[in-house]
Ligand binder design. Structure first.
Ligand code: PEP
Length: 251
C-alpha cells in the first residue's frame, strides 16, 4: 500500500511574513494521517521552515542541491548543508532546473547520489516538453531521465527514499493539466520500467507523484488513477487555502 505524498514547491515565491503564516496554518492543519505532506521553500527560508514545523509530521525539503560537500560554488548550497539545517528531502531534476538552469541528466544524478549519501530523501522529477510529446517521444524522454536517475540504486533504498515526480513540462505553471488518462499512461510506463529494472515488488512500492497545474478542482480525478500516488504542486501550493484543499481532499 503506497502512502500518498502531496508536496508544495514554493519555487522563488513568498516572503517571510507569508512563510510564517503558511507554517502557522500548516501546524494547525488536519490533513489525513494517511498522507505525507511536504513543502519545499526557497533556500533563504529553509532553516526557518524546518524550525517552524518542528514536531509536526510535515516534511521540509530543498528545491535543489549541489553534490560537492563544499567549495567555490558561489550561490550554490550543498546537499550536506541542506541536511545540516534539518531538512529531510530535496527535489532534483525539476524541469526549471533542467530547462532554465540547463542541468543535465548526469548532473542531476550527481545531486541525487549526494543527497542519498548524506541522508536526504529525494524527489526525482522527470517529464517531457510539448515538442517532445507532439513528436511522440514522451516515453523515450521520460524513461531516459528515469533510467539516468535510478539505474544501479539499491531497490530498497529506491522504495523508501526516492519519490518519482512525473511532471510534463507543458503542464507546469501553464494551467494545462495532463488528463487523468495521460497521467496514468506515463505513470504506468514508469512503474513498468521500474519492474523491469528492479522487480515487480520494488516497482509496486515506489511513490510516483504527478505534477503540472494540480489544483483543488482536478486533484481527486488525478489521484484516483491507480498509479498516481500524490502530487507535486507549484501554483496551488502558494496560498494555504488551496494547498489545504489538496492535502485534505481524502480525509
Ligand atoms: C511544479 O513546480 O513542480 C509544478 C507542478 O507547478 P504548477 O503546479 O504551478 O504547475
Amino acid at each position: 500500500m503506497r502512502r500518498p505524498f502531496i508536496a508544495g514547491n514554493w519555487k522563488m515565491h513568498l516572503d517571510k511574513q507569508a512563510v510564517n503564516s503558511f507554517c502557522d496554518s500548516l501546524r494547525a492543519s488536519s490533513h489525513s494521517d494517511g498522507v505525507t505532506v511536504g513543502v519545499f521553500p526557497p533556500f533563504v527560508y529553509l532553516a526557518h521552515v524546518v524550525e517552524a514545523l518542528a514536531g509536526t509530521d510535515i516534511v521540509v525539503g530543498a528545491q535543489t542541491c549541489r553534490p560537492e560537500e563544499h567549495g567555490a560554488f558561489t550561490g550554490e548550497v550543498a546537499a550536506v548543508q541542506v541536511k545540516d539545517v534539518g531538512a529531510s528531502h530535496v527535489l532534483v531534476g525539476h524541469s526549471e532546473r533542467r530547462h532554465v538552469m540547463g542541468e543535465t541528466d548526469v548532473e542531476i544524478r550527481a545531486r541525487l547520489d549526494a543527497a542519498l549519501a548524506c541522508g536526504l530523501d529525494v524527489v526525482l522529477c522527470v517529464g517531457e516538453t510539448l515538442e517532445e510529446r507532439e513528436a511522440e517521444r514522451t516515453g523515450e524522454v521520460v524513461l531516459g531521465q528515469l533510467d539516468s536517475g535510478v539505474t544501479g540504486l539499491d531497490g530498497g533504498e529506491l522504495v523508501s527514499r526516492v519519490t518519482i515526480a512525473y511532471e510534463p513540462v507543458w503542464a507546469i505553471g501553464t494551467g494545462l493539466t495532463a488528463t487523468p488518462e495521460q497521467a496514468q499512461e506515463v505513470h504506468a510506463m514508469i512503474r513498468s520500467r521500474l519492474a523491469t529494472a528492479f522487480s515487480d515488488e520494488i516497482s509496486q512500492g515506489v511513490i510516483i507523484q504527478y505534477g503540472g497545474s494540480v489544483k483543488p478542482a482536478n486533484v481527486e480525478a488525478l489521484m484516483s488513477c491507480p498509479d498516481v500516488d500524490g502530487a507535486l504542486v507549484g501554483g496551488a501550493s502558494l496560498a494555504y487555502e488551496s494547498f489545504a484543499q489538496l492535502i485534505e481532499f481524502n480525509t
